[in-house]
Write a protein that binds this ligand. Structure first.
Ligand SMILES: O=P(O)(O)OC[C@H]1O[C@](O)(CO)[C@@H](O)[C@@H]1O
Length: 246
């Protein structure tokens, strides 16, 4: 696992966008695995700015998102379908039928399996963007989730619902379940980049750096098994560990 230490969220976003842009430039029909949440917002802004300035095209790209709340209307302002449209898709030339997110309305086992089949049929994810939850979740794979499974439905922990209550107004309005790529799905990606920002992630970041074996009580530790992981973390996120700046 390579750790890139940066000053702040702006530098983190620029670096992450640069890595993603290079993948698309080298492979115009790349499959991009995308994440939501507060941390990657700046990465999408940088990619949109690059699209406008340099015209990096997404017309052959497919995107597959990590997760979506269960039983949420895709047009709901808090759905990840809406998040992706508002932060990225509406600004770029990515055709609608090449944007894929887990099905929020059909959360059957078959629908979950179809999502993994779709990813496989696209040739797999070339680069997967990840954030990390305060409890070490990746995607919505909460502590205790088996580290080998594919796309599945999860019951969200109070910690995750509390962290996401800021979007919904109150914790009671945050859906109780979500559909997420499993860690088994995530680990099949050819390259993984994780963005980590802020002091509230310092504890998770320090656990991640110390992880040497996969441990389901801290899902991000599964990444130690992957040969091509880059973590871009800012100073506040790194405040509990010592890493020299790149
Ligand atoms: O960037 P944030 O908002 O802290 O979210 C961290 C992680 O939480 C999730 O949004 C799920 O809660 C992940 O998809 C994301 O990577």
């Amino acid at each position: 696992m390579q750790i890139i230490a940066v000053k702040d969220i702006n530098e983190m976003s620029r670096k992450a966008a640069q890595i993603i842009r290079e993948v698309v430039q080298n492979k115009p029909d790349a499959v991009l695995g995308l994440a939501t949440g507060g941390t990657p917002e700046g990465t999408y802004k940088e990619l949109v700015a690059d699209y406008r300035e340099h015209g990096t095209s997404y017309h052959k790209v497919h995107t597959v998102n990590l997760d979506e709340y269960a039983a949420i209307d895709p047009s709901d302002p808090n759905s990840y379908h809406t998040y992706m449209k508002d932060h990225f898709f509406k600004y770029i030339d990515l055709p609608e039928n090449q944007r894929h997110l887990p099905n929020s309305e059909d959360i059957s086992e078959q629908a979950c399996a179809r999502y993994d089949d779709l990813i496989a049929s696209l040739g797999g994810v070339d680069i997967q963007l990840l954030g990390i939850g305060r409890n070490g979740h990746i995607g919505f794979n909460e502590p205790g989730t088996p580290l080998t499974i594919g796309t599945h439905v999860v019951k969200l922990t109070d910690s995750t619902r509390d962290a996401n209550a800021r979007y919904f107004g109150s914790i009671s309005e945050v859906p109780e379940r979500a559909v997420t790529m499993g860690i088994g799905t995530i680990l099949k990606s050819k390259k993984i980049i994780m963005v980590v920002s802020g002091e509230e992630k310092a504890d998770a970041m320090s656990k991640l750096v110390r992880a040497s074996v996969p441990d389901s009580s801290f899902p991000a530790s599964a990444l130690v098994q992957h040969p091509n992981v880059t973590v871009i973390a800012d100073e506040p996120a790194l405040s509990l560990i010592k890493i020299s700046k790149e």
